[in-house]
Design a protein around this ligand. Sequence first.
Ligand SMILES: Nc1ncnc2c1ncn2[C@@H]1O[C@H](COP(=O)(O)OP(=O)(O)OP(=O)(O)O)[C@@H](O)[C@H]1O
Ligand SMILES: [Mg+2]
Length: 305
Amino acid sequence: MKTNAFFLGKGGVGKTTTSAAFALSLARSGKRVLIASLDPAHNLGDVLGTSLTDTPTQVEQGLFALEIDLNSWVERYLKESRDEMKAIYSYNLTLNLDSFFDIMKYSPGTEEYAMLWAIEHIRCELADAYDYVVYDTPPTALSLRFLAMPAISNMWIMELTKLREHILRKRSSITRINPESPVASSCVDKDDDKVYGKLGSIKRRLAGLASLFGKESYMAVVLNPDALSVSEGLRIKDELDRIHIPLSGLCLNKRGVSTTPWSLDKRLASSPLFEFEFLPVGLHNRDDLARLDTKGLVADFLATN
Ligand SMILES: Nc1ncnc2c1ncn2[C@@H]1O[C@H](COP(=O)(O)OP(=O)(O)OP(=O)(O)O)[C@@H](O)[C@H]1O
Ligand SMILES: [Mg+2]
């Protein structure tokens, strides 16, 4: 059941505009909708004409919006990791956790994990209060990295789990052979081992996110009638294929903006295409947004429910 929708695409193609128009249209048809901006350079609030925060603000009847505060999620992710490591490795006083986490703040992957836990928070703590959740995403590079994260991390977790099982088996053998060994006082049972338990809980959280991206979400790629945004759309489709996330539909936004010839690659042609006219006067408020014809896209999305 797809109760979420993600709008992906090259910078400036109209992800914020089309996702906001889509969410508005659902809300004006009587649904209760939350739209969440994942783009660290937020402008969803400007588009909706309301200032937004990290928690849902009602924009109009049925429509709620938030802009995630990525920096605060990075801090939260590092703090939780630090507290957990302190609890698990409390015996290891030689490890200077604080300087380790200072470095981790800037290490690759931290932002993507923070983004994942922000999305998990929306899925687990907020989504139940709405019929649908719509995500306005950052430009392609960051989006593809966080979408791939559950699958990539899961491989890591599987290997670490095997390694931990190996360690526990070794400890158990040593304890049997020599009950006086210092190892005998450490944990040998999976059910009591904090590290093993933690790996299991990360695995379950990642599986929830993989299900959100791969099964519970309508993945829309936004394009413009130009070669660059189409080739980026193709790259997104290839990457989604690689991480087993189905592409649900294409939004051709700004139709008619230019007369330069362009064509849709035939590998994209198998996905349903929804067209949105270029509005030369611009989009200045929600009623302008409502002028974009989202009927076909909304019908296709609802048909997946
Ligand atoms: N159909 C349209 N007609 C007229 N102007 C449009 C249309 N769609 C988007 N725009 C304008 O194009 C600009 C970029 O749109 P938008 O901010 O939605 O793109 P984006 O993909 O979210 O960009 P970013 O990658 O920076 O987040 C905005 O000024 C917006 O008002
Ligand atoms: Mg945007």
